[in-house]
Design a protein around this ligand. Sequence first.
Ligand SMILES: Cc1cc2nc3c(=O)[nH]c(=O)nc-3n(C[C@H](O)[C@H](O)[C@H](O)COP(=O)(O)OP(=O)(O)OC[C@H]3O[C@@H](n4cnc5c(N)ncnc54)[C@H](O)[C@@H]3O)c2cc1C
Length: 624
Amino acid sequence: MSHEKHRFSLNNGFVVKQKGHKGFTQIHTAVCTCIYPPIVLMFSLTPPQLFGSKKDGVKQAEIQGLLKYGWHTEAMVLTAIRGELVVIPVEWSWLTLSRVLFSRQEVMKWNGWGYSDSRFLFNKKGQAEFTGRRYRLSGMVLPSLKDWFESTFGASLQHKSPATATLNASAVPFPSLNEAFLQDLKSTGIPFSHEAEDRVFRAHGHCLHEIFALREGKFGRVPDLVVWPNCHEDVVKTVDLACRHNVCLIPYGGGTSVSSALECPPDETRCIVSLDTSQMSRILWIDEKNLTAHVEAGIVGQDLERLLNESGYCTGHEPDSMEFSSLGGWVATRASGMKKNVYGNIEDLVVHIKMVCPRGVVEKSCQGPRVSIGPDIHHFIMGSEGTLGVVTEVTIKIRPMPEYQKYGSVVFPNFEQGVACLREVAKQRCAPASIRLMDNAQFQFGHALKPQVSSIFTSFLDGLKKFYITKFKGFDPHHLCVATLLFEGDRERVLQHEKQVYDIAAKFGGLAAGEDNGQRGYMLTFVIAYLRDLGMDYYVIGESFETSVPWDRVLDLCRNVKERIVRECRERGVQFPPLATCRCVCVSLSLTLTLREALDRRDLEHISAEELGRRGGPFPDVTS
Ligand SMILES: Cc1cc2nc3c(=O)[nH]c(=O)nc-3n(C[C@H](O)[C@H](O)[C@H](O)COP(=O)(O)OP(=O)(O)OC[C@H]3O[C@@H](n4cnc5c(N)ncnc54)[C@H](O)[C@@H]3O)c2cc1C
């Protein structure tokens, strides 16, 4: 094991790598301490001219807002060093997003999805655009979105329903503190806060009804206190104190929950403490021989992958929420990643879990991948949603980063043919890392998200492709559907694999539709979650649900759930018919509805979940 080489941090401080980097080679010394709040860093660096340089395209005004806390961009990290903004190479990324999330309000929206600087809006010209600089779509205009939005939902840009702009701290219920607990907590030195903002940020996940309430400025029962343990031992102390003083603990990872599990029971009279794991975000060791990494549970997905990538490894676990969700959250919700066909779901990746329970620490006695004697304790920990204890450390399988990646896409004449192709791919056990089949409605929606084309040539080429598919091949634009593909592995195998999948697709009438379309589909993965907030600005609400079903029920499930939602909306007087769309990975159904008063948000969730359960067999996961 090469523990030392890959050790990223020690105790409460950071280990600093002294490393040259293009354009930053003058950095001589870097002495760094981590003080409360943890992102205030002390460095000694030369020369100071490196800092906040305009060549990095960062405007001075924006820099001001970032002085206090670290800030990630794609190529570099901006952080405050002795009150100066510093641009440091991304290799120094032990400064993880998880640690920045100590003060989530500095980086993220309080009543919507994701980073504060990234959002869809209709600009003064009435064109849709996506703001910020973080994603490939950022700064782009989407010329077709407005028409699609208005015609699909009957929405009007004149008819706005904006969210409450600022969090009104005086409207947040006063904390009901347990003084004896607080006194003992102080003696441990574990940071805590009862500020309204800190509590509200940790009082919810991302279910429609949760975000809807926040937009209306309504706060139900919120945690009374937030604590930020820094390591496993801190969690042991916190859980012990909670037991002694009859205090409720709710573990909090990335806050992307879609099962209402972070909501506080409204009638809970005991003090509720949100245990935020964000400061436990270190990779403690990497075992290159056995291909495992031992990691603190609060690390956020994007940080975990980036840090592992620096050492040439990956986990391959990429849920759509990986920008913000945490390793502990994945374990607690039995998460599934989009590349599960190759890497497996979280239950396939986990080797060892350490969980602090009221009666002590639960863990297997070895780091072995499998035990045959007795039940596997991991199976009751995974999916327990924080009800049994706090996951503090996880050993997870890692792999060398794939040598080669290739995107692809296939157009099918209709959804039925697409599903039949996916079934055959599964039967022949040759699924690519990711394969996602979108129905026609979702395909049209994806089309509406196309950015302005940069050249006449691209526009001409798009027209030509459309002509070939619809006129020459005779695909009906109102029925065709698209599958996006992602292959990973060594080059030769990927190319062979690709051929096999395209050959199967051809048997079901599928036509290869190019790498670009495939890549664009995956690029939209992280951006699509921002769309719900735009809808809500104009009285359009949306939610998505996921379930898994046997193959013979896929088509029935999709049809029945869509029909039921349309029927329920009609019976409840929803003015415009809902848009219900399906994406088949196993099977996921996402739907969007108009008009906010006619249908209760929770009703929508319950109806869909009930129908999914009835048609699909296993009770569905409801994910957004
Ligand atoms: C846009 C979007 C996309 C999504 N995509 C996917 C997807 O592709 N696949 C998927 O599986 N899910 C997905 N989800 C759902 C969600 O991201 C997952 O459930 C995720 O695993 C939650 O992780 P988290 O760190 O955000 O946990 P949180 O939301 O903070 O918590 C979720 C639950 O886990 C508990 N918990 C958190 N950390 C710990 C811990 N250390 N110990 C014990 N309990 C803990 C909490 O108490 C809570 O009950 C998505 C959600 C959104 C909003």
